[in-house]
Design a protein around this ligand. Sequence first.
Ligand SMILES: Cc1cc2nc3c(=O)[nH]c(=O)nc-3n(C[C@H](O)[C@H](O)[C@H](O)COP(=O)(O)O)c2cc1C
Length: 304
Amino acid sequence: MSQPGVENRICALYGVEYPLLMGAITPKPELGAIVSNAGGLGCIEGISTPETLRRQIRRMRELTDRPFSVNFPLAFGKPELVQARVAVAIEERVPAVITSAGSPKLLTGMLHDHGITVAHVVASVAHARKAADAGVDALIAEPTESGGYRGANEISMMVLIPAIHRAVPDLPLAAAGSVADRAGMVAVMALGADGVQLGTRLVATREARDAFPEGAQKLILAADDTSTMSADTPTRPRVSRPELVEAVLGPRGKPMQMGQVAALIDDIPDVAAVFEELFGGGQAHARALADVFARLAAGSRTRA
Ligand SMILES: Cc1cc2nc3c(=O)[nH]c(=O)nc-3n(C[C@H](O)[C@H](O)[C@H](O)COP(=O)(O)O)c2cc1C
């Protein structure tokens, strides 16, 4: 899809075909392998015991020979446990690590010493600067709409992406969240992102069914624009509201982490169909952009 002379920085960094990073939505490797095989960067959520993580990485390698990442949410688990998981990732020579919910200084140098590409999830310009100072290879920006961890930050995608792009222009930047369709993809690229990290849209795919509790996809399908809120925990992920959980799953239903973008999701497509929607042919993107500019021009004519 790339044009001669135009290099996508996310694709170049990871050696992938499309600038789509899978969010850390499941420790099971099967979905990640499907994303990697489709041309994105699949992900293993690194929250299992070190032994299980080793098995998950090895299974990923059986399922795909393409690049993938392991995500370490640094706030989860005692520091010794996180270090033990990281040691496994190093021993297994994973190509890429994504760190989140903690300091980028903790692991970046050590991972680089072992040739591992490091991206860090940030939720503000100050976080982005710290991550750049720590030497990360890429930034993943998590705005308030997203299903991820933002701490106290509630910065919108419209502000966060351009602000980080201006503050740290030299690092590849992925927009985490809010994207479920082509318009969203075009929008985050227009704001200055080099690509996207998808969470909720990938949870709601046919191949993801076995990776999540039974009600997860039902909650996403039933969600509207008021159905999520920031959880009242220090990392403050976005989760489904209790009213939605009760209405869809009954009084014993469990809330789930999900982004506001759930409001735009009303189907359970194959992963391949998600890639087709987001990247399906430069022509479709060109038409989407031409349409934006045509509507802008029509506005100018009205004023003139
Ligand atoms: C079910 C679920 C679990 C997640 N777990 C993690 C995690 O362990 N670590 C992390 O950095 N992000 C996690 N995230 C955030 C995703 O990696 C991603 O950044 C986010 O979902 C993007 O927003 P979106 O859901 O609007 O696409 C999770 C998201 C979801 C939906």
